[in-house]
Write a protein that binds this ligand. Sequence first.
Ligand code: HXC
Length: 538
Amino acid sequence: ARKAADGVRIPDPAGPGAYGQGRRQPMRQDLARAAELAKAAEDHARERQHPKGKLTARERLDLLFDSGTFQEIGRFAGGNIGHDVPGAAVVTGFGEVWGRKVAVYAQDFSVKGGSMGVAEGDKICHLMDMAIELKVPIVAIVDSGGARIQEGVAALTQYGRIFRKTCEASGLVPQISLILGPCAGGAVYCPALTDIIIMTRENSYMFVTGPDVVKASTGERISMEELGGGYVHNATSGVAHYLGEDEPDAIDYARTVLAYLPENSDSLPPVYAYGAGHAEDVAARRIGTIVPQNDRQPYDVVDVIRCIVDYGELVQVQELFAPSAVVGFACVAGQPVGIVADQPCQLAGSLDVDSSEKVARFVRMCDAFNLPVITLVDVPGYKPGSDQEHAGIIRRGAKVIYAYANAQVPLITVILRKAFGGAYIVLGSKAIGADFNFAWPNSQIAVLGAQGAVNIIHRKELRKAREQGPEAEERLRSELVAQYEAETVNANLSLETGQIDAMIDPEQTRDVIIRSLSVLRGKQRRRPTTRHHGNQPL
Ligand code: HXC
């Protein structure tokens, strides 16, 4: 060893010392020991998970990230290497998805049932802090028995910290939750606060109180599957946004969603190369044939969407829930957009409590992450009935207005066939704040449909006609309906008042959207006002 001028000992790389031969041996041993411990843990995880048809936390990460990009944080944190305890019940780190950085925490059910103790909470919070600082998306893979019972309130506290951090990250970076095992009790609110929840058909459960508690307190007997399985949360409660056939399918959906989103609220979504070709011409010719002239005849609006977007690819969000509205991600000329559309083959495309919340939440997500929203309208109005009124269509429908009125991304709306009443105004009309509105020829835009309108405004004449018999009344009604349809139920007034910018040929729809997006590129956000925040209807 040599001595520096100030007398500090400099280790000789070739000789014994901190960096020399003498240290190299124990370091190799440490490495070997660590590798051995990690391998034993993974063998154990496979033994526990595979018989249940589940992957291990690390196998899931292999599927999530581009090959070889995962960098773990605190592999042995929370463990006791001397006593063969390889670490906490959660794996944390960063990797790349489509070449972009993403943070992940994956609960490891093979370690104490993936339960949340102090060490796990610390690891997750540290990861979330880093992700917020780096402004990158966070993916949570949930597979856990909940708060670690042995650690008591100290474990519960960690949930509180994670809730807070999830709220801090909300709208700042995309947050996606994959539920690939149990997620019970208050722990469900970790995923509930994120943007997208993905479940699988089997082995995926979310409930605030499990079947045993339900039975004890209400007498109801219900299985985990029926209470909070993947299908129930996709089709009935609307808690989840996608139902994966299996784990690889669920993870693939997470990767797909990330492909449409920017890394954070300050950046724009990635733009993809798109070579226009023959397919657009074919789709453009087809689009006009999909929507029947008869406004009572249903059709599948997804067919229309596929004719407008690149490669006909639409990635639906909440496909199984509130099917009278369709929402999802797509690209137009390589640019990611959010699509919102009424679905006339379900409840005639009417807005109900569930579809209102589905649309509102999706528009909010698009606005948070700089995705323009394209709205395709063919709506007869709100779904009538006491069930809807009592379920809060006023309160829950208000969310659609709040979402569109506050959205600051480019908003482009096309009326395909009909747009009646309040539903017309709230679904991306210019009055609510959209940048451009277009209508297809023969669009019906009015306060009410002809039948309803005639019954109200000509009530007295119809009553008088009834005195001459029901045929006379019907004859008059038909005349008045035809007259109202010809004079009032069209796009003329909206065109004259500038609420519709142009009537377009269906074949031009894609081109008009592309041109509008180009005009709106660089649309600036409004400056924040001095209020704390709006009081959003919830
Ligand atoms: C400590 C737990 C645990 C927990 C499971 N384990 N949950 N250890 N705390 N919460 C352990 C088990 O003891 C077992 O350890 C191993 O994990 C695997 O569990 P199994 O029961 O064998 O697995 P399985 O049969 O698949 O059943 C899974 C389960 C069940 C349904 C999740 O484990 C279960 O009911 N766990 C308790 C759920 C619960 O009540 N959690 C608290 C919820 S309240 P060994 O050593 O035998 O392998 C909550 C509040 C959050 O989380 C608060 C937020 C504000």
